[in-house]
Design a protein around this ligand. Structure first.
Ligand code: ZN
Length: 250
């Protein structure tokens, strides 16, 4: 196998490995998105629980104030009955009216607290429904992730084995170059040279379309290429198809 044949083989194996990993990565990303949504629902629920606790405490306080005011009202009513002078009666009546006003303020406050608690609980119930639904989606996503991981596992390990074999056939500098270019071009490390005009020998990089100097193309016509040639524009490793090679060699 020539250097170019091995590079093409490595690129094919690398592409297959990337595609399989991508399939698993997509399923993982989707699953993680579901988990994040559940986390955010949980955070909101816990925030609402804190708020409900605070409002329940305020309600309890208002209830105790209401009980105190009721007791005072009862006492003033008794005092009113027992009042022996008009002056005394008027004084107690003022106190009674003031405690009645206070009671009605407390009642309003209690009602407001109860309404707030009700609204919080309604939102909590709706969030609980959303959580159940999201949990269902998450379960399916987790299953799909496990299935995909399992599906690709054996193929992936075969391909990785093959990759190790091909890598061993390549000179280290070529291998390092391939890995670097594959990394920066999302696996598309190779580019086929395209022939634009055979008679005038005009060639371009099939990936980025930039015209290639003839000496770069010519460097790939030798039977055994010893060094990889890169596109001067996009940096991909150039490959020369047998047809073009044959035509150029003539
Ligand atoms: Zn290019």
């Amino acid at each position: 196998m020539t250097l170019m044949e091995n590079i093409v083989r490595l690129s094919r194996v690398d592409g297959q490995i990337r595609a399989l990993r991508q399939r698993v990565a997509q399923a993982r990303t989707y699953h993680q998105a579901q988990l994040r949504q559940i986390e955010s629902i949980d955070a909101r629920i816990s925030e609402l629980e804190t708020r409900r606790r605070q409002h329940r405490a305020r309600l309890a306080l208002a209830e105790s104030d209401a009980a105190t005011a009721a007791a005072r009202e009862e006492k003033f009513r008794a005092d009113l009955d027992a009042a022996s002078t008009t002056k005394q009666y008027a004084a107690v009546l003022t106190e009674l009216n003031s405690v009645k006003a206070e009671k009605s303020r407390i009642d309003e406050a209690m009602l407001a607290e109860m309404e707030t608690i009700e609204a919080i609980e309604a939102e909590m119930a709706s969030l609980a429904d959303q959580r159940t639904e999201r949990q269902r989606v998450e379960t399916v996503a987790a299953q799909r992730l496990a299935e995909r991981t399992q599906e690709v596992e054996s193929t992936l390990s075969e391909l990785e084995q093959e990759r190790v074999t091909v890598e061993a056939l390549l000179p280290p500098d070529s291998l390092n170059l391939f890995n670097a270019v594959a990394e920066s071009h999302e696996g598309e490390a190779l580019s086929n040279i395209e022939e634009l005009d055979r008679r005038n020998r005009v060639y371009c990089c099939g990936a980025c379309n930039v015209n290639l100097p003839l000496e770069q193309v010519a460097a790939l016509t030798a039977r055994s290429v010893r060094q990889l040639v890169r596109c001067p524009a996009c940096g991909r490793i150039l490959c020369l198809h047998e047809d073009i090679r044959g035509a150029l060699a003539r």
